[in-house]
Design a protein around this ligand. Sequence first.
Ligand code: GRG
Length: 308
Amino acid sequence: MPATKSPPAPGRRAPVNLEAFLAASTTAVNAALDRFLPSEKTKPATIHRAMRYSLFAGGKRMRPALLLAAAEACGGKPAEALPLACAVECIHTYSLIHDDLPAMDNDDYRRGKLTNHKVFGEGIAVLAGDALLTQAFEIAVQAKGWPRYSHRAIIHEISVAAGSLQLIAGQVADLEGEGKKISAAQLKYIHERKTSALLGCSARLGGMSANCSAGQLQALTDFGYHVGLAFQVIDDILDVTQTSEKLGKTAGKDTKAQKATYPAIVGLEQSRRIAAKLTENAFAALKPFKGRAGDLEALAEFLLKRDC
Ligand code: GRG
């Protein structure tokens, strides 16, 4: 006879099956993105093919997963969070298409495939990025809106994270820092904006889609901030420790472009310690959920241990 499972003690997290959670969230997000986006045949077909090419190139869908896990932690319904999960993935994909352009990082591979401009040309790649950014807002307004979080609040949240004070500020500082000696504080400034802003926004939007309390939103803000910073430290580590095949993008680019990274400034071992500490801070931020944020916690651990 199998032993009867007793419920987890208060404050302890219930066992989670993160693999199943990620598989389900990726399937749901991919199906919803397919519904939200114009078909490949919709005129002008080139732009819709280009948008779909990068969107369905096999990204890890970590921002949607964070958003859906945050919604779940706040007792929300996945179907209500789904448009926002698709919106953040559109913004993320736009940022990757533009980041890969010759005028930016000039990369040939992304998500294991040729980059957008390599397939469609630079002009269409710029437009595919623009169109995905715009598409994100069209999708977000299809969310239902919640008593504490109106469409206005949702659109404000997304536009601030994607705007010139956050995502774009990070990219500007990153571009301007190339080849220069920059401090750890400046590097943190870049990471907060380039990476943590959209990951943090994803966690917050998940809570908002569950009409979360102010306390829950604050906890998700702290959690997303630390997970976002850890994500970029790990990304920098992987850039120097993994192969291009494993990463699906050109490895070693940061060193070649003389970019400031944590491994370059503090070394690999210290970078690993920093990523682990940031992840611990993310776990601590989840305390108010009293064990009901199991998938979020498991996700943070998964992101720390990822190898691609
Ligand atoms: C607006 C021109 C313009 C650029 C946008 C920040 C940014 C600015 C582009 C950056 C691309 C980049 C390297 C961002 C840092 C975040 C990061 C590590 C992205 C990769 O995210 P993953 O690993 O990618 O989740 P997949 O492909 O799995 O979705």
